[in-house]
Design a protein around this ligand. Structure first.
Ligand code: SF4
Ligand code: SF4
Length: 147
């Protein structure tokens, strides 16, 4: 079978933090605030006050305001890695990348893990991307797949 149909090759690269430094927003899905707050042993309300920005349809992490993209990127890694938001955990298996091979290949310019490591079966990749759609209905239902 054509490898491009069979699956997608990906392995996150040790020491890389490129996707945490891209200019963009980290949206929060169900349970993300509670998980991160518990990991940091913080009251969820206090976590919200410090780190979360809400609009009517979106909930996202605040940016530090000093040019960095994320409060939690420290010492070359994610300081809340075991409890990181859904969007971070699932990257690069986002619907707009899994369903568009050109977009997947373009993203390889920013993510050195794309094209490396074992082949992830397409069914598994699609399961992961479906998790994104479930976690962020306001994004995927309103804009048809743009995160
Ligand atoms: S850019 Fe890719 S390889 Fe680098 S940390 Fe993110 S997912 Fe891993
Ligand atoms: S929460 Fe962690 S994984 Fe997500 S952008 Fe911030 S540092 Fe990176």
């Amino acid at each position: 079978m054509d490898p491009a149909v069979e699956g997608l090759r990906f392995q996150c690269q040790p020491g890389c933090t490129a996707c945490c430094e891209v200019n963009g927003f980290v949206y929060l899905g169900p349970g993300d605030v509670a998980r991160a707050a518990a990991f940091l042993k913080m009251d969820p309300t206090e976590f919200e006050r410090q780190f979360v920005y809400r609009t009517r349809h979106r909930t996202r992490l605040r940016k530090p305001g000093d040019g960095r993209q994320c409060h939690f990127l420290r010492d070359g890694g994610c300081s809340i890695h075991p409890a990181k938001p859904t969007q971070c955990r699932l990257f690069p298996f986002w619907p707009e990348l899994v369903d568009d091979r050109k977009a997947w290949r373009r993203t390889a310019a920013h993510c050195p893990g794309i094209g490396q490591g074992p082949l992830v079966q397409i069914g598994t990749a699609k399961q992961l991307s479906a998790e994104m759609e479930t976690a962020y209905p306001a994004i995927y239902l309103s804009f048809g797949g743009s995160a």
